[in-house]
Design a protein around this ligand. Structure first.
Ligand code: PMP
Length: 426
């Protein structure tokens, strides 16, 4: 197919007619297809059922004799720390095990900084202005935390190897109201990008004007590979230590998309000084998290090889779905110069960019044909995509047949909106 920009008025008109026929064909089917959130499909969840079948008597005693059925152990069983320290490639002393959600740990980290300050710094809530850098497109729930606390968000562009570090370095070194940056460094949500070693090194070597600046390193997709040749991500905590900046990063992750979303294990890794300070307020907040679930995860996975083998089974289910999406995108949109997309090696999303000022219309058109997409704009701070072009595709949850229809409808909508815009401009 030729580029749309090379088509004559007549050619565009006949293209629109053909697309409308296909679109109406789908519309008549009165479909209801939900493509909104990146959730595992039920086949993936089934894979972890065995974990719930471990007998209670095997979950009662931790390795050090702790009775998991009773109160106690603030920041995680030693065997849970050992397992997830391996996953995050940190030392056992550099990790805290949380509850069922890493988002909760991130919210708490921001909330603590707002109300109590970080390592003796002024509580952020007492400052005139607090700002966060938000590499975008990014994860809407990160942005929602900032919005709730009144933290001003500054968009930083994403490049193929991570955030635009020239901008990050400049802003962070000049402005002490910039207190944080949100990063999803591996198979990023939604771009599927893994930060390059150079980006990690530059991130670790930042010289922030604010002493209480923190990198919120949300490694949610650290073991979520789709390929036999997975991306590798340089260890930020080690890089920060080498750069003399060991307090500058908070790392987060969870098993939400390894075992059970909402019933997994979350974790946070950081320097000893950061963790000691966090434990002081954590001990007021809770007597301890769910040790039975921690032991369940340890008994089931055993070690990092157990996690890797389990994630390989996830990939066997997910890879065909991602391939299907990419195949349809290529067939429908390839060569037309009206959209671009990533081909991720892992994670949960495919990020589609339309021509500028088209995403909202595409979302509406798809919805009218029965496909609910993640809200256009949701991948940007305040829900406002300045170029109105990014659409997050979440292929994991729907069965292949539904996914196929949904992506076809999305692609027809992209073509229709682009063609009509071009025709109107002729
Ligand atoms: N971070 C990212 C980047 C995510 O995509 C998600 C889930 N969509 C989360 C965190 C949420 O993780 P949890 O279930 O551990 O709160």
């Amino acid at each position: 197919m030729n580029k749309y920009s090379a088509l004559s008025k007549n050619e565009l008109q006949s293209e629109i007619e053909k697309l409308e026929k296909r679109y109406n064909g789908y519309k008549e089917q009165k479909l209801k297809l939900d493509m909104t959130r990146g959730k595992p499909c039920s086949q993936q969840l089934d894979m972890s059922t065995e974990m719930l079948e471990i007998p209670a008597k095997e979950l009662r005693k931790a390795a050090d004799g702790t009775d998991t059925f009773n109160y106690g152990v603030l920041d995680g069983l030693p065997e849970a720390k050992a397992l997830f320290a391996e996953m995050l490639e940190v030392d056992k002393s550099e990790i805290i095990i949380g509850g069922n959600s890493s988002l909760n740990l991130m919210y708490d980290a921001v909330g603590r900084a707002m109300s109590l300050g970080i390592l003796g710094g002024t509580p952020w809530s007492k400052l005139d202005k607090v700002r966060f850098l938000c590499p975008s497109p990014g994860y809407d729930r990160h942005f929602a935390i900032c919005e709730l606390f009144g933290i001003e968000m500054v968009i930083v562009d994403m490049k193929p190897d991570g955030p635009d570090m020239d901008t990050v370095e400049k802003l962070v070194s000049e402005d002490d109201s910039i207190k944080g940056i949100w990063c999803v460094p591996k198979y990023s949500n939604p771009d599927g990008i893994t930060y390059s070693d150079q980006v990690v090194d530059r991130m670790a070597a930042l010289k922030p004007k604010a002493k209480d600046f923190r990198i919120f390193w949300d490694n949610a997709y650290c073991v979520h590979h789709l390929s036999d040749k997975p991306d590798s991500l340089k260890n930020i905590l080690a890089a920060c230590k080498s750069a003399g900046n060991e307090n500058m990063v908070y790392m987060f992750s969870s098993t939400s998309k390894i075992s059970f979303p909402g019933a997994g294990i979350s974790m946070m890794a950081a320097s000893a000084e950061n963790l000691n300070s966090i434990r002081k307020s954590m001990t007021i907040q809770t007597i301890g998290h769910d040790k039975i679930n921690q032991l369940r995860h340890v008994k089931y996975f055993k070690d990092i090889d157990g996690i890797s083998a389990h994630m390989k089974k996830h990939a066997d289910i997910l890879k065909p779905k991602f391939d299907l999406v990419l195949e349809i995108l290529e067939t429908e949109l390839g060569g037309k110069d009206i959209a671009s997309w990533n081909k991720p090696n892992g994670g949960y999303f495919v990020s589609l960019n339309t021509l500028d000022n088209c995403a909202k219309e595409v979302e509406k058109l798809s919805l009218d044909a029965g496909v609910v997409l993640t809200k256009a704009g949701a991948t940007y701070p305040y829900g406002k995509d300045p170029r109105d072009r990014n659409i997050r595709i979440a292929p994991t949850m729907p069965p292949a047949e539904e996914l196929k229809k949904a992506i076809e409808i999305l692609c027809i909508s992209v073509q229709l909106v682009s063609a009509k815009k071009m025709l109107a401009a002729m």
